[in-house]
Design a protein around this ligand. Structure first.
Ligand code: SF4
Length: 335
């Protein structure tokens, strides 16, 4: 059976169940790289210039970990998934960049996704990808439809059951106990409700963020993430803050930030990677909204490969202490 490698990085958290279903429907086996380690980051970093963003370095480390473990590696070039909304340039060039810097990589299975070219081109791209496994267009079409339904179920599972991507992936694959639990909800007993905003590859990669969710929950806080907010709420927050989305995945930053600053959270933490162009603009929009509303405290954590764990812990403690003081003060005013 042909083995397809999927790196557990970047868009894995958004689309893994869909990709896995597509390949399995076409008779392939899917192999996922293990969770990020220091060695993977070091190996990925060694292949690119220093100012490449941290998530791309991590991604390359995951590709390297799959060398000799699969026949192909799946790396899509996702330009746009929504009309006139554009993705970060790193995603566009990912297959070519990987080929250039990891020549020992297994052959790369890529697909160009650009919704601006119309649905016809999208279907052609899917058939082109599926032809590696079957010449039967009906079989490829069926695989595409089943994969799309899996994606919809995945999104629904996250928003209706309040699951994080790792939890929803575990649930869909029937291995609930294997994936680390990353969120829990104790509304009554929580010290504070903290919303995390940012891309899933920053929020859910525990190596990159020094187990941020775990630390907040250990301290008795309830943690909320962008996936648990309904799509309409995210869209309306984006419309309020910027008029309309320009960047793909803007809902994870501006949408979730705008939503949580106005409801549901005692504090909002924005997580971004050092040197990220799109996020520096999007996070600034959220920061300005926070300053305008003066209601919910906001803190931005910028991560890079030299970010020290002690620095993250200190900032988290200072932020959550400040929220506690604010809550106590508000309680006194009410009395
Ligand atoms: S959006 Fe930012 S963090 Fe993500 S790949 Fe692009 S530059 Fe890197």
């Amino acid at each position: 059976m042909i083995k397809i490698g999927i790196p557990r990085a970047l868009l894995y958290y958004q689309y893994y169940p869909m990709w896995k279903t597509f390949f399995e429907e076409l008779g392939a086996e899917v192999v996922v790289s293990p969770p990020t380690t220091r060695a993977m980051l070091a190996e990925g970093s060694a292949r690119v210039v220093a100012d490449t963003c941290l998530p791309v370095k991590v991604f390359l480390g995951h590709v390297l970990s799959l060398v000799e473990k699969c026949d192909w590696i799946f790396i899509p070039a996702i330009r746009s998934v929504q009309s006139k909304v554009y993705n970060c340039s790193k995603f566009l060039g990912l297959p070519d960049m990987t080929k250039a810097v990891i020549p020992e990589s297994p052959p790369i299975l890529d697909i160009d996704i650009d919704i601006n070219k119309g649905k016809g081109e999208l279907y052609k791209a899917i058939y082109k990808l599926g032809r590696h496994f079957s010449w039967n267009p009906f079989k490829v079409r069926k695989a595409g439809l089943v994969a799309w339904q899996t994606y919809l179920n995945y999104r629904e599972l996250m928003s209706s059951r309040k699951l994080t991507p790792p939890e929803a992936i575990a649930k869909l694959s029937g291995s609930d106990g294997e994936e680390p639990k990353t969120s829990s909800f104790h509304p009554a007993s929580a010290r504070a409700t903290i919303a995390l905003i940012g891309h899933p590859y920053l929020i859910y990669d525990e190596f990159i963020n020094h187990r941020l969710i775990h630390r907040l929950e250990q301290a008795g806080n309830r943690v909320l993430t962008p996936e648990v907010v309904a799509a309409q709420e995210l869209e309306s927050a984006i419309n309020r803050l910027t008029g309309r989305a320009y960047w793909t995945y803007e809902e994870e930053v501006v949408g979730a930030g705008g939503h949580y600053l106005q409801s549901g959270a005692d504090g909002v933490i924005g997580i971004m990677a050092f040197g990220c162009g799109p996020d520096s603009l999007m996070m600034d929009t959220v920061r300005r909204q926070s300053a305008r509303l003066k209601a919910t405290p906001f803190m931005c954590l910028t991560l890079e490969e030299h970010t020290a764990e002690a620095g993250v812990v200190t900032r988290l403690e200072a932020f959550t202490d400040m929220i506690q003081r604010k809550k106590r003060k508000e309680a006194k005013v009410c009395v």
